[in-house]
Design a protein around this ligand. Structure first.
Ligand code: CA
Length: 231
């Protein structure tokens, strides 16, 4: 979230965190642009009215760099022209200030759905396991397991990147924030905690360690049943 009104920004961030979103707050346009260009975010909540580097400039620059992270613009009520400009520049949605936190939460859920991350029941699935990131619950056919916030965020990240290796650095950025100084051992610890929960749910799903690179979620069932992928 990029918003220079500190009090308001922190209040919104607190509501988002309470709803299990991991939030990084940038209080200036310059630092907001720098973070947005990292490309690690799922959604950017972007205030238009920022001193020096404004929201529309940030939007234009990240789109010019090919970063397609969904963007929700925060506008003042009377900024019709800014809204239109913003949508033309590739914003996905906008919200007029002042807004109710519930409306922002609804917009965030809608953007998540639009990206195809969640199925109809609001669940993320991989193999025979599903995750509801809003209730921190993972399911398999017969079982369910309560996850901690970090376990849920880690599983969500791995499910969203089924064919990719997810590096420790990306996990740190996503779970603890872009500017945290968390050590790799914390990631290993989180992975082993999540592995235990997954093992209690499914025999076919596992988090595979790619030594020196990162982790990948794999389904042994899938490997056994499907023929080699076609080009
Ligand atoms: Ca502002």
């Amino acid at each position: 979230m990029v918003e220079d009104e500190k009090y308001m920004a922190e209040a919104v961030a607190a509501v988002l965190r309470k709803n299990h979103y991991a939030v990084d707050l940038e209080l200036s346009g310059e630092s907001g642009l720098y973070s947005a260009l990292s490309g690690i975010y799922d959604i950017i909540i972007l205030d238009i009215m920022l001193p020096e580097v404004d929201g529309l400039t940030i939007l234009r620059e990240i789109r010019a760099e090919g970063i397609d992270t969904p963007v929700i613009l925060l506008t003042a009520r009377d900024q019709l022209k800014d809204k239109i400009n913003g949508l033309d520049m590739g914003a996905d949605d906008y919200l007029a200030k002042p807004f109710h936190a519930d409306e922002l939460l609804a917009r965030l859920r809608a953007l998540g759905r639009r990206r195809g991350d969640l199925n109809d029941g609001g669940l993320l699935s991989f193999g025979d396991i599903s995750l509801n990131p809003h209730t921190l619950t993972a399911y398999s056919n017969q079982q369910k397991a309560k996850l901690t916030l970090k376990e849920s965020q880690l599983l969500e990240l791995l499910i969203q990147r089924p064919n990719f290796i997810t590096s420790k650095e990306l996990i740190i950025d996503k779970l603890w924030g872009y500017e945290s100084d968390i050590e790799g051992a914390r990631v290993e610890n989180q992975v082993s905690l999540l592995r235990r929960k997954i093992a209690s749910l499914s025999k076919s799903i596992q988090i595979v360690t790619i030594r020196g690179i990162g982790y990948r979620l794999e389904s042994t069932e899938e490997l056994g049943q499907k023929s080699a992928p076609k080009q």
